[in-house]
Design a protein around this ligand. Structure first.
Ligand SMILES: [Zn+2]
Ligand SMILES: [Zn+2]
Length: 248
């Protein structure tokens, strides 16, 4: 969680503010939205800010606003920009665990000179994906080294790495170049049907639709990791891929 200490509300010249605001900081009569506008930027944020899912604005040692971070971006991306960033996100309210734990409560970090700090909140920890229950900070899947152990325990169940690869290729198929999805479209005008793709293809296979001028109607795009795992490879593309492999 990003923890930002906001100062007392003050009027500023909009011409001198990268967000064009006329006031910044915390005022006791501000609505949550006004407080968000006055405090979600502009800050010097490190790399870590981009991995954090929540931000807490504090004032005078107490939490005053909790935000679920959507994205962190430069206040002014131009070459004349200040290098300061803005946090964009959703204002949290009563009932959200981060709001309930930190808004109106003492700041989770001790007073510091830098207005920007970080806190590993217990509410945002996740358990290690190997199943060992070790709590992890937000954004991490495994405790250090546990991914290797979990993977090799599975390899050992099937024997050696050779046996594991043979099993993987037999059950899932090894088709790394069958990695393109054509978005389903209507034949009439090529508009997207919104339906999910049913198979993945090689780029350049002719399993798309052409209009009268020979333009491709379907929009090809790279398959996501999830689609690489869940979509079957097109049979014709498999044959083409196998032929290409034996030619080498
Ligand atoms: Zn673990
Ligand atoms: Zn195909």
């Amino acid at each position: 969680m990003i923890v930002i200490g906001a100062g007392v509300e003050q009027s500023i010249d909009p011409a001198g503010d990268e967000l064009g605001r006329d006031r910044i900081g915390y005022g006791p009569t501000m609505s949550p939205l006004a407080l968000y506008d006055a405090t979600h930027g502009t800050w010097h944020l490190g790399e870590r800010a981009h991995r954090e899912r929540f931000a807490l604005i504090t004032h005078d040692g107490r939490g005053v606003l909790a935000v679920a971070v959507d994205r962190v971006e430069p206040a002014d991306p131009g070459p004349q920009g200040s290098g300061r960033s803005v946090i964009h996100g959703e204002i949290l309210t009563t009932g959200h665990p981060m709001y309930d734990a930190y808004v109106g409560a003492p700041s989770p970090i001790p007073p510091q000179r830098n207005p920007v700090g970080y806190f590993d909140a217990p509410e945002e920890q996740t358990a290690c994906a190997c199943g060992c229950d070790e709590p992890l900070p937000a954004g991490k899947h495994f405790a250090s080294g546990h991914d290797q152990t979990a993977l090799h325990e599975r390899v050992r169940q099937l024997g050696s790495v050779v046996d594991f690869i043979a099993w993987f290729d037999r059950t899932h198929g090894y088709w790394p170049d069958i990695n393109v999805v054509y978005e389903p479209v209507t034949l009439k005008d090529g508009s997207l049907t919104g339906a999910p793709a049913r198979a993945r293809h090689r780029l350049g296979c002719n399993h798309f639709y052409l209009d009268e001028d020979g333009r491709i109607l379907n929009r090809p795009r790279l398959a996501s990791l999830e689609e690489m795992a869940s979509l079957r490879p097109c049979k014709t593309c498999q044959d083409a891929s196998a032929k290409a492999a034996t030619k080498k």
